[in-house]
Design a protein around this ligand. Structure first.
Ligand SMILES: Cc1cc2nc3c(=O)[nH]c(=O)nc-3n(C[C@H](O)[C@H](O)[C@H](O)COP(=O)(O)OP(=O)(O)OC[C@H]3O[C@@H](n4cnc5c(N)ncnc54)[C@H](O)[C@@H]3O)c2cc1C
Length: 383
């Protein structure tokens, strides 16, 4: 179906990004997946070409566009299966915290470098003992004179190794009631004494993306590293999760399309019982149903993209899109793998990695169960 949310400028931008990505990104995907990490030079090239912070303010080096420019980048990266290069994590999930809540000093110090690709960003919420129950984080930041002293552990942190600046979710008031009112966001630069990057974790999917443990052992940072106000961390996180979850839905539908298109091509050339497997009614019905669902998902995501750009509060709908599109992606990649037969299980066929990569979509940025908790609560269900 023709999509009507993009202007001619957006389409031009898509063409520019596609050309850039074919040259600078596509040839490196296999190598990133092999070594479990992207490379700094590519981030810098993305920055130099204007592809980081496309929707960030011009005064800090951004392009001042709308979120649709970044959505285009997400779609194109998903199409290339370039999951190693999480530009959306940097530009659309973490940078907005700095531009929305950072002091002028913090913005001047970090935002231009982040947009240039010199300062790579990460956000550290999850801990070994708590993920979904974010209000229960135990990493402690206590005041000592004009410093915070941070102690605790984080895990599953994307960009954990390559990152230069970390937004660390800390408990500044252990006695706060309710507990979430004691949470603050604190900026910690890589290399700060007491901050150690731990293990790079070995994962089922997203093989090229660096996901790590982090440790804070009496890590001292100036009070000026507080982002926003003390005790407001949880509120800031909740306010920014709408965009984070929309990013997942956008990428999910784009990944579905890639897997579906490749499977359609495969079933046309693979033969069994003297005919292409595309001729079997089971193949046709499976792919017809999946193609239908991808169109339904795309229509919903496009509607949400337009609403998000218009500034609407669409937390419920974005939560719906996050769980629905990612469940579709899991089911679609499983069914497409099945249509590849034994070849689908071989890593040399992209569908095998698509299947593995899909699993995490239902887990991070709030699990799909948490999405349903949010929706149900907003429907007035439960206590
Ligand atoms: C590849 C990857 C990258 C990640 N990147 C980051 C990152 O950059 N920064 C970061 O901070 N975190 C990151 N995470 C962490 C991710 O956000 C958490 O894994 C996720 O929020 C779930 O938390 P958990 O793993 O502790 O699971 P748990 O909270 O222990 O959940 C386990 C199961 O219980 C279910 N459950 C929990 N609570 C409820 C409930 N109330 N009702 C019903 N079911 C419930 C969950 O849905 C899940 O099925 C990443 C994770 C992965 C795998």
């Amino acid at each position: 179906m023709k999509r009507d949310i993009f202007t001619a400028d957006h389409e031009l931008f898509r063409e520019q990004f596609r050309r850039f990505a074919e040259k600078e990104i596509a040839p490196k995907v296999a190598q990133w997946n092999e070594r479990g990490m992207s490379d700094r030079e590519t981030w810098r090239r993305c920055g130099a070409a204007g592809f980081l912070g496309a929707n960030q303010p011009v005064e800090y080096g951004g392009a001042g566009g709308d979120f649709l420019y970044d959505a285009i980048i997400m779609e194109e990266l998903a199409d290339l299966r370039a999951h190693a290069l999480m530009l959306s994590l940097h530009s659309d999930i973490i940078l907005p915290y700095l531009t929305a809540y950072g002091s002028e000093v913090q913005k001047r110090r970090y935002v231009p470098g982040a947009i240039a690709g010199d300062i790579l960003l990460a956000i550290a919420m999850t801990e070994p003992g708590t993920g979904s129950d974010l209000a229960n984080v135990q990493t402690r930041a206590r005041r000592d004179g004009d410093h915070y002293v941070i102690s605790g552990a984080k895990t599953f942190i994307s960009n954990g190794q390559i990152g230069d600046l970390f937004i660390v979710v800390c408990r500044t008031d252990p006695d706060a009631d309710p507990p979430h009112s004691g949470i603050s966001l604190i900026l910690v630069e890589a290399g700060t004494p007491g901050f150690t990057k731990g293990r790079k974790l070995d994962k089922l999917g997203l093989r090229g993306q660096d996901t790590s443990e982090l440790a804070f052992d009496d890590c001292r940072v100036p009070l000026g590293n507080l982002l926003g106000r003390e005790g407001q961390g949880f509120k800031m996180l909740m306010a920014k999760l709408q965009q984070e979850r929309l990013c997942i839905a956008v990428a999910s539908i784009a990944s579905c399309r890639r897997a579906l298109d490749d499977t359609v091509a495969y079933v046309k050339q693979r033969r069994a019982f003297g005919q292409p497997i595309a001729a079997f009614q089971n193949t046709q019905f499976t792919l017809a149903e999946l193609a239908t669902e991808v169109e339904i998902g795309q229509a919903f995501v496009d509607k949400l993209l337009a609403a998000h750009v218009a500034g609407d509060e669409i937390v419920t709908e974005v939560s719906m899109a996050k769980w629905w599109t990612t469940e579709l992606q899991k089911r679609l990649t499983s069914q497409c793998l099945q249509l590849h037969g034994g070849y689908g299980f071989m890593l040399e066929y992209p569908i095998a990695m698509d299947y593995a990569d899909a699993a995490v979509q239902a887990i991070y940025a709030g699990t799909n169960e948490i999405m349903k908790v949010i929706i149900a609560k907003r429907m007035g269900l439960g206590g």
